[in-house]
Design a protein around this ligand. Structure first.
Ligand SMILES: [Zn+2]
Length: 277
């Protein structure tokens, strides 16, 4: 049973909802780490012979098209993480469509002409932005991985397994991230601080439970989580936790997780067919 391994390719300063020094107008002035950290992740995956889906931020693809080329030539799938790393429900339909188109253009210019998948920044397709699914379907996007079955970011009532979402412009498959469950509550496990804080054994056991029911799981990481020398700024508490909690030793734990289950890109796990060019 193959599970989806995914990477959101963005800089350490692409954090939703914090203004000030990390405002978009300052991005070009901040130290860029994305090429180095993504290269590290590519090496880690290559050593484990794992192919993954890389949801590349359009802003990154635009600045570093060769990085998109390197990801593709290593055999990974390239998909979209939007362009400007803004929450979908804050953009609204018009600006979301523009941000999506801009990201697809940047990926295409970098050589990724056919993009099948999309992941919103900060899991921001939720009850406030379900209209986004139709816009994705209209652009020919076959799957989305932006709706998390967690409270605050998403909704605990959302399905935990890949499923089809109907829109007036056709169907789109939704592939949620892995969550754990304790005392009747879902908790983060497939990525972010949830993946970093739990032992590889706990994560692998949850994947195995899922696989034993004939269902795949999805994990996600960010290049900045594997930065040996990460730049840091003062963040509000919630963001500080999401970004800085237990980065120590994460590469080693991730390596164990990669060795303990079978992983593939989302398009392969979902057995999607690429449209003829
Ligand atoms: Zn992101």
């Amino acid at each position: 049973m193959e599970n989806a391994f995914t990477v959101d390719v963005e800089e350490w300063f692409h954090i939703c909802g914090v203004g000030g020094a990390l405002e978009e107008e300052n991005w070009t002035e901040l130290p860029s780490r994305v090429v180095e950290t993504t290269n590290g992740l590519l090496e880690l995956l290559d050593r484990r012979n794992v192919r993954a889906t890389f949801f590349v931020l359009g802003w990154v693809a635009n600045r570093y098209p060769h990085l998109v080329g390197r990801i593709r030539s290593a055999g990974h799938e390239v998909a979209s993480h939007g362009y400007s790393h803004r929450r979908v429900y804050e953009l609204g339909p018009q600006a979301f469509a523009e941000d999506l188109d801009r990201s697809l253009r940047a990926l295409s210019l970098a050589g990724a002409e056919t993009v099948l998948g999309y992941r919103a920044p900060e899991w921001s397709i939720n009850d406030r932005s379900l209209w986004a699914l139709e816009i994705l379907a209209r652009r020919g996007i076959l799957y989305d991985s932006s709706m998390t079955p967690l409270r605050l970011l998403g909704n605990p009532s959302y399905s935990e397994i890949p499923h089809s979402q109907r829109t007036p412009s056709g169907e789109i498959v939704e592939f949620p991230p892995l969550v754990g469950r304790r005392l009747g509550q879902n908790y983060p496990l497939g990525g972010g601080w949830g993946l970093r804080m739990h032992s590889p054994r706990t994560v692998l056991r949850r994947i195995e439970e899922r696989n034993n029911r004939g269902l795949p799981a999805a994990l996600f990481v960010h290049p900045w989580e594997l930065d040996p020398d990460p730049p840091r700024v003062r963040l509000p508490l919630g963001h500080r936790f999401a970004h800085y909690f237990r980065l120590d030793g994460f590469a080693k734990r991730l390596n164990e997780i990669l060795a303990g289950a079978a992983f593939a890109p989302m398009e392969a796990v979902l057995k999607l067919e690429r449209p003829a060019a």
